[in-house]
Design a protein around this ligand. Sequence first.
Ligand SMILES: Cc1cc2nc3c(=O)[nH]c(=O)nc-3n(C[C@H](O)[C@H](O)[C@H](O)COP(=O)(O)OP(=O)(O)OC[C@H]3O[C@@H](n4cnc5c(N)ncnc54)[C@H](O)[C@@H]3O)c2cc1C
Length: 415
Amino acid sequence: MISESDIVVVGSGALGSSVAFHLAREHKGSVALLDKADLASQTSPRAAGLTSQVRRSDLMTRLAMMAVRKIETFARDTGERLVYHQSGALKIARTAEHEAQLAAEVARGRAVGVELDFVSPSEAKRRMPFLETTGIRAVTYSPTDLYLDPAQIPVGYARAAECLGATMLPHTMVRAIEVKNGAVDRVVTDKGAIRCSVVVDAAGAWARQVAALSGAHAPMVPTRHQLLITEPIAGVEPTQSITRIIDANVYVRPDHGGLMLGGYEERPLQYSMSALTSSFDIKDMPLDLEILRALAGRVREQLPIFAKLGGDIRVREHRGGLPTMTADGEHSVGPVPEARGLFVAGGCCVGGLSIAPAVGEVLAQWILTGEAPMDLSSMAPGRAGAARRDEAELQEACRLQYAHHYWETPHAPPG
Ligand SMILES: Cc1cc2nc3c(=O)[nH]c(=O)nc-3n(C[C@H](O)[C@H](O)[C@H](O)COP(=O)(O)OP(=O)(O)OC[C@H]3O[C@@H](n4cnc5c(N)ncnc54)[C@H](O)[C@@H]3O)c2cc1C
């Protein structure tokens, strides 16, 4: 166990490992990456592994584009193998409101340089042959979006950070962050204390609790999100496009010869991590396949293959994790006002895996140079938009962000 490190990163998921790698690459001093569990073992390896470059704000879109470019050059940059499928992504509107949303997304995406355009329903079917086109009003296609097995990102970055000299400390739980004269001084773990001047809170579902150890406020709500993967289905190819259906908030992609389906239900389970024991592990989280069956029902007309779920088509894998939602749907990235030297990388809003390569780079630059490389103020952990007067109000705002994930304007569903 070390007793000193210039920088301590708490959490070795996609966000923490990426920050640790980018810090270790640029920083001449010491970097330690801590995790209370095995490295890269919690929510990150359970993600769907999809990128989505047109996001709700120009800043998120820019970071998401940068992240795709960094995934393309990951092997060269880190020396670690990474397999990805650049199958492109289809986004489908079945209502007039969502057709207008797609038009706005094309304009917004193009303005910041995302390759994105409308395609005909028949072209969409060519790219995802399991799609039925009746009822589709409009479809966009983004050729550079991709998917990958999610564990590769945190595992690759953690290994690469270690090769660059960072210290890996799995099974080391942060229990306190001591602040002296307004600045971070030590992190206290169950294995001993580490003196440091910078701490990065990338503790995923636990990020709010870790920030609170120093008296900082990082409002976000861990929210259960699940997906299923079918047994192999004749005709599934890895080149078939990621497909998202806006009104149903459902996504589908190929996975090892089967199809993956995940989505966003109206009333997700929200967690308060402080109510759980400290040994809680994401693998112990109860899952509910009925939620995914109901989501499959919402896309029955477009993807009738899922009507056979449980019959001819069997579920090979069912997994879930705890991404964290924020009240305004923006990530939480940057220094906290309460303790000098404490930075947050969290509030993933179910998009943290794919944006982590970019967030890791910009946050590392901010920490090392003292200046944000771009205006990241809309992601400030202490911003007004992320705050809510009380817990119930925060939970409801986060629920709406989750339940209408693909909708431009979260509001109650029609009828
Ligand atoms: C089913 C599913 C599908 C998803 N699909 C996508 C997708 O397609 N694209 C996408 O971009 N995102 C997706 N996501 C979201 C994505 O998984 C998250 O955004 C991402 O994994 C967040 O990474 P993280 O590093 O913040 O969290 P984690 O991977 O959970 O890492 C946090 C780490 O912090 C550690 N930790 C916590 N507290 C402490 C402590 N006190 N001391 C030491 N260590 C601590 C934990 O043990 C954990 O390892 C999906 C999520 C799920 C569940």
